[in-house]
Design a binder for this molecule. Structure first.
Ligand code: ATP
Length: 246
């Protein structure tokens, strides 16, 4: 069963002479439980695909189907019980005056959970932070710890699909692997499906089962990771990208 299907997706910003066509005719499908990567140079449209799925890029056409439900222009609240996003920059994505307890507690409340206390404790354990971080504020946390809080917040509604937009690229190299390992473990434990944007082919090679290569708003090739490792891309642009990353 497919967790996410994107068919002939076009996403644009602005209108008339100012119009930017950020994504052009993108199609791909992610089976439940798979981890799928989007790679390509800066500006190729990777983040825009995630934004269109979550409703942050309102001008789009084509079809997006999540867990069998085709999504329209307005996403019902239940959509975010299934789909959550983790952003690149954990400094920008957490409110500076909200404690970790508030961030997680409010998200749980919003999604209708009643046993908020025990869920906050469990979420902090699940992301490897533990209780001692519960009443801290973002400025008292390192980048890696903040990203763990952002991941805990994304996990709070018990989603099936996580959209990960360069989740480690704003972090120190020394903590990137820790966060990637946490994400890999969470996926294995919970059977989550990932759609992950990265400009780093080694990250995608480590984290994903398949990947799409984007260039100038279009998907030029979908590869499985075995082909990536064997440097077996067919499209000249994918080959160039692989060779540049060795
Ligand atoms: N809010 C916006 N308004 C206008 N143009 C935008 C907006 N967001 C993105 N774009 C444009 O859409 C195109 C695709 O951007 P996008 O951020 O999806 O690329 P990307 O592949 O994710 O790159 P990066 O790795 O730099 O984030 C770019 O030309 C970008 O300038």
């Amino acid at each position: 069963m497919s967790m996410l299907t994107v068919e002939n997706l076009n996403v644009w910003f602005g209108s008339n002479r100012d119009r930017v066509d950020a994504v052009i005719g993108a199609s791909f499908e992610i089976p439940r439980g798979e981890s799928f990567g989007l790679v390509g140079e800066s500006g190729s449209g990777k983040s825009t695909i995630l934004r269109a799925i979550t409703g942050l890029a309102p001008d789009w056409s084509g079809a997006i189907t999540v867990d069998g439900q085709q999504i329209g222009k307005v996403r019902p609240k239940t959509f975010f019980k299934t789909v959550q996003m983790v952003f690149q920059d954990p400094y920008a994505s957490l409110h500076p005056r909200h404690s970790v307890d508030q961030v997680l507690g409010e998200t749980l409340h919003l999604h209708g959970f009643k046993d908020i206390d025990s869920r906050v404790v469990k979420l902090l354990d699940d992301v490897g932070l533990g209780q001692k971080f519960r009443f801290r504020y973002p400025h008292q946390l390192s980048g890696g710890q903040r990203q763990r809080v952002a991941i805990a917040r994304a996990l709070a509604p018990e989603p099936a699909l996580l959209l990960l937009d360069e989740p480690t690229s704003a972090l120190d190299v020394s903590v990137q692997a820790e966060i990637l390992n946490l994400l890999a473990d969470l996926r294995a434990d919970r059977g989550l499906t990932y759609l992950m944007v990265s400009h780093d082919l080694s990250v995608v090679g480590h984290m994903c089962d398949r990947l799409a290569v984007m260039k100038d708003g279009e998907i030029v090739e979908v590869l499985d990771v075995a082909a990536l490792r064997a440097m077996e891309a067919a499209h000249p642009y994918s080959k160039q990208l692989l060779e540049a990353s060795v």
